[in-house]
Design a binder for this molecule. Structure first.
Ligand SMILES: Nc1nc2c(ncn2[C@@H]2O[C@H](COP(=O)(O)OP(=O)(O)OP(=O)(O)O)[C@@H](O)[C@H]2O)c(=O)[nH]1
Ligand SMILES: [Mg+2]
Length: 439
């Protein structure tokens, strides 16, 4: 029901990305004009990252893989990667002079639709890089915003994305080619005078104020809706993007939520009523987290994140088959902390065990791995050992499942049912008594 090939899902977005429908997010990207307007063809991207020296090779590759996956989700293909190890990115051009020349030569020789940076660029870095490389420059925020714009369906999430896009845009309204009316303009577009820039700034500020107000209105409405759901325990699925939250929602809630092997398949929260162990509760699927999530995006997604903040229990889904799953857990915990939901009870669910490949590492008598991997990746112990480690660490049961293969779902249902029943008893003792006495 929930994997990519199944019916009932929306068609994957194909070429809608930076240059075409999404004018606001593409604003900076399209400034360089129609020469790169390759919307009809597949766009290509060159990836650039500046990892700190202490970051391992494996981690660097993993992060670049994730960036390539983001690019793919946005509708383009990554064709080349450049890495430069620096203490910190160059303040003027993100990479150093030599590396920049190397990238430029490659871009001129091989051609590309855009150069994508695995961090956020300052407005001046963006301008300098654009002037130097003469192609679209995309940073991490712009890329994620673009994907969100692509995925957002509800009035609230669309407004949230638009707000974040304008907030991204505002400080970048300087220098060349910045007139709003010209954002879709073609080659050789001239830059506006300062007056026009000032007008643009005012327009953008007005729009931001308007969108904030609109969000407050929408917020009030959804708050009322959520309140009307009172009397039920609320459980929210949380986790890194692409770990299988929507797939699990579909399995548990017998629903048909869009799930696919792309990042941020879900941007809108969806809620279903589920009954386990005779206790009904509400299960919400929510937007996935990712490392370096633009803070403006978190801020503007407050009302979606309320679904998490107001939950009684979080079902934290982890993709155990991902080499960086432990860091992903940390990213999720940090983000939960950022949004003020760190103190919620959590049930940790390790998903995709069907895809987990353990190493044939040598274990000592205590089950610890004797040899760490040479490439810096964490060794992959047997699942039973991982389960024991996590249970000991958290003093709590954890479940290992495959939502796709429906493995161990009974164990999850039982555990979740118990947690929900206990929460229900605690929250609505009266209601529960009635419910039982009526039986
Ligand atoms: N092998 C395997 N793949 C799975 C499993 N569960 C989900 N998937 C696949 O993982 C991909 C992502 O699943 P989703 O359910 O969309 O993940 P999500 O966490 O909702 O992702 P976002 O909404 O993007 O944050 C899809 O291609 C699923 O079919 C599993 O148990 N095993
Ligand atoms: Mg999802």
């Amino acid at each position: 029901m929930a994997n990519k090939s199944s019916g009932g899902r929306k068609p994957a977005a194909s070429t809608r990305h930076f240059t075409t429908d999404n004018a606001k997010a593409s604003y900076v990207a399209t400034k360089t004009g129609g020469a790169y307007d390759t919307a009809k063809e597949q766009e290509t991207a060159v990836l650039v990252s500046v990892p700190p020296r202490r970051q391992s090779e494996a981690q660097t590759t993993e992060y670049l893989d994730e960036l390539a996956f983001l690019i793919e989700t946005a509708g383009a293909t990554a064709t080349k990667r450049f890495v430069q190890r620096l203490e910190k990115p160059d303040i003027r051009t993100y990479v150093g002079e030599g590396k920049l020349a190397e990238i430029k030569a490659w871009v001129q020789h091989e051609g590309t639709s855009m150069v994508v940076f695995d961090d956020d660029l300052s407005p001046s870095q963006l301008r300098n890089l654009e002037a130097e490389l003469l192609v679209k420059i995309v940073d991490r925020s712009l890329l994620i915003l673009d994907i969100f714009a692509l995925r957002a369906k509800s009035a609230t999430s669309r407004t949230q994305v638009e707000l974040a896009q304008y907030q991204y845009l505002l400080p970048r309204l300087t220098g060349l080619w910045t007139h709003l009316d010209k954002q879709r303009g073609g080659v050789g577009m001239k830059g506006p005078g300062e007056t026009e820039i000032e007008t643009d700034r005012r327009i953008v500020r007005d729009r931001i104020a308007f969108l904030k107000e609109k969000l407050e209105d929408l917020d009030r409405q959804s708050h009322t809706q959520r309140k009307a759901r009172g009397g039920s325990v609320r459980v929210a699925l949380v986790g890194y993007t692409n770990v299988g939250k929507s797939t699990l929602m579909n399995v548990l809630g017998k629903s048909d939520v869009f799930a696919e092997n792309k990042l941020f398949a879900t941007v809108d929260a969806t809620t279903r009523k589920v009954v386990l162990d005779q206790t009904p509760f509400l299960l919400s699927d929510t937007v996935g987290f990712i490392r370096k999530l633009p803070t403006k995006l978190i801020e503007s997604f407050k009302s979606t994140l309320d679904e998490i903040r107001e939950a009684d229990l979080l079902l934290h889904v982890v993709d155990i088959s991902h080499p960086g799953f432990e860091e992903q857990i940390q990213v999720v915990n940090d983000t939960l902390n950022d949004i003020g939901a760190a103190d919620k009870p959590v049930l940790l669910v390790f998903n995709k065990i069907d895809q987990y490949k353990q190493d044939d590492a040598e274990l000592d008598p205590f089950g610890e791995v004797l040899d760490a991997e040479d490439d810096g990746t964490a060794p992959r112990p047997p699942l039973a050992q991982l389960q024991a480690t996590y249970m000991a660490k958290l003093h709590d049961p954890v479940v290992f499942i495959s939502a796709q293969e429906r493995t161990n779902l009974e164990e999850l249902r039982e555990l979740l049912g118990k947690r929900v029943a206990a929460l229900h008893q605690q929250r609505y003792p009266y209601q529960t008594m009635n419910q039982y006495s009526g039986e």
